[in-house]
Ligand binder design. Structure first.
Ligand SMILES: Cc1ncc(COP(=O)(O)O)c(C=O)c1O
Length: 369
């Protein structure tokens, strides 16, 4: 079977990167959401203390890691009834997102639902098995017989946060149509309203969402952003013990298991809320500077209630905005990379150093969109 994957849209950005790099003070890259701040010392020390790794690691994670994931859900997500049978580590969340349709046994003719604006890997996973993608945010529209539903909160690219009620409606509809529902919550610790400091953004595993029944429900998480661990490749999944058990069997056969020293680093990262809080404060301060500067320059920010991006529009074609930003030496991404629904929004990442953000703020004073 010939594999037909979506195009790699980032190639289309290359000429704008050239244009932005030509700026006399250099490029400020706000295109990719790749962390720029150091990995916290406590995590690096846990990794280096675990480099004697002669034995094969456990696909399900060490008992300490499973316990760390369970504790994190209790402490940060209001989900306090999980056990080790409900959780599983992943090698970052992207591999899991790309592989899930395959491991659930989907094939040609099956339907995968994704958000109308979506991280591209949901569709990649569908393409891997020849399934059909339906893009819709309204559970009522999700077709009968859908096999897999992806939702994403806080959302990439638009930073939309789904409430407990919206998550509950999604779960109810998925149950009605017989689908597995997977919620990508990799920005859960980055909700900007004050209420999301005490606990992270609502989880699909919240008992108010599931009604205490996790059947067919999965929650996908990542430490890439909240702990500056994108280079370690660390994520985890929680939910239905039946699904987790089936997925673990596949992953054992395929050898998809985070290396033991990485599992040790994850334990340290999950046990410590202090560094997550500190990193969030750093992003908040960048956001608090960049957002008004964009607004003063005539851009409107929509959603962006959570996550690492500002979802902005100048009321003109997204590529025109990308071009004008490139002339300021600021590289941003057109919203069209994430779905056909929008042609005028651009996605602007907060993942740049404080100095780079300050410089972007300065440059934005020279234009009006
Ligand atoms: C919505 C969303 N899901 C998943 C990922 C994958 O993250 P990782 O593989 O680093 O866990 C990203 C990365 O940017 C993302 O934006």
């Amino acid at each position: 079977m010939a594999l037909s994957l979506p195009d790699w849209p980032w190639d289309a950005l290359a000429p704008y990167a050239v244009r932005a790099r030509a700026h006399p003070q250099g490029v400020i890259d706000l295109s990719v959401g790749s962390p720029v701040d150091p990995t916290p010392a406590i995590i690096r020390e846990s990794l280096s203390a675990a480099t004697d790794a002669h034995a094969y690691p456990l696909t399900a994670g060490t008992p300490a890691l499973a316990g760390g994931i369970v504790d994190w859900f209790g402490r940060r997500r209001g989900v306090d009834d999980l056990s080790a049978a409900n959780v599983m580590p992943t090698i970052g969340s992207k591999e899991f997102i790309a592989g899930l349709a395959l491991w659930l046994g989907l094939g040609p003719g099956d339907i995968v639902v994704q958000p109308s604006l979506a991280y591209p890997t949901y569709a990649v996973g569908a393409a891997l098995v020849g399934a059909t993608v339906v893009s819709s945010d309204d559970p009522v529209e999700w077709p009968e017989g859908t096999r897999l539903v992806w939702i994403n909160s806080p959302g990439n690219p638009n930073g939309r946060i789904l409430s407990v009620e919206q998550l509950a409606a999604a779960v109810a509809r998925a149950r009605e149509i017989g689908a597995v529902i997977a919620s990508d919550e990799c920005y859960a610790e980055l909700g900007w309203d004050d209420e999301f400091d005490a606990v992270a953004t609502p989880s699909i595993l919240d008992p108010r969402v599931t009604g205490g029944n996790r059947t067919s429900v999965l929650c996908v998480c990542s430490l890439s952003k909240q702990s500056n661990l994108a280079g370690y490749r660390v994520g985890f999944v929680a939910g239905s013990s039946d699904l987790i058990g089936r997925l673990l069997t596949v992953r054992k056969h395929l050898g998809i298991v985070p290396p033991a020293p990485i599992q040790a680093a994850m334990i340290a990262a999950l046990a410590d809320d202090t560094h997550v809080r500190a990193q969030k404060a750093v992003y908040r301060s960048r956001r608090d500077r960049l957002r008004p500067a964009l607004e003063r320059a005539g851009l409107r920010i929509d959603h962006s209630e959570g996550g690492l991006y500002l979802w902005a529009t100048a009321g003109q074609d997204a590529w025109a905005t990308v071009g004008r930003m490139a002339d300021l030496g600021i590289l941003v991404v057109p919203g069209t990379f994430y779905g056909a629904e929008t042609s005028q929004h651009v996605r602007i990442a907060l993942t740049a150093s404080d100095a780079a953000i300050d410089s972007a703020v300065d440059r934005l004073t020279t234009v009006h969109f």
